[in-house]
Design a protein around this ligand. Structure first.
Ligand code: CA
Length: 130
């Protein structure tokens, strides 16, 4: 379980609290370039009721990268493309909300990064999802 303590967003940055997992897809390049590979990612989120400053929106961000896996994280802000899904969580700790994203992986992708972030909704408009 990942526990976010604080997650203020900053323009150009996907969030100050996030976790990112990388997926090497180089062995699937032929199928990806043919438009045959789809990514499906999801996780469960929950939060305390908090106050007016409590982050309520959780996002799942997939970014496609064409460079070498070793280039990460320097190429995190220059992906080929990205796709995200989001969910506004309730303040009921007895329920879990699903956050998911599905995406036909674009041609030229060598690896994917999958990020879990959370936002206070009014701050997301300042965040850049490439
Ligand atoms: Ca809940």
């Amino acid at each position: 379980m990942l526990h976010f303590i604080f997650g203020a967003a900053t323009a150009g940055i996907t969030g100050s609290s996030e976790v990112i997992q990388l997926f090497d897809l180089s062995s699937l390049s032929t199928q990806i370039d043919a438009g045959l590979v789809t990514a499906n990612a999801s996780y469960l989120a929950n939060r305390v009721s908090g106050d007016a400053q409590t982050d309520t929106e959780f996002v799942a961000v997939l970014k496609a990268h064409d460079g070498a896996l070793a280039n990460f994280p320097s190429d995190i802000l220059s992906p080929l493309a990205s796709q995200f899904g989001s969910t506004i969580t309730d303040g009921d700790v007895s329920t879990w909300e699903t956050v998911s994203v599905q995406w036909l992986i674009p041609a030229g992708t060598n690896y994917l990064s999958f990020a879990i972030d959370q936002f206070w909704p009014d701050t997301r408009k300042t965040v850049e999802h490439k």
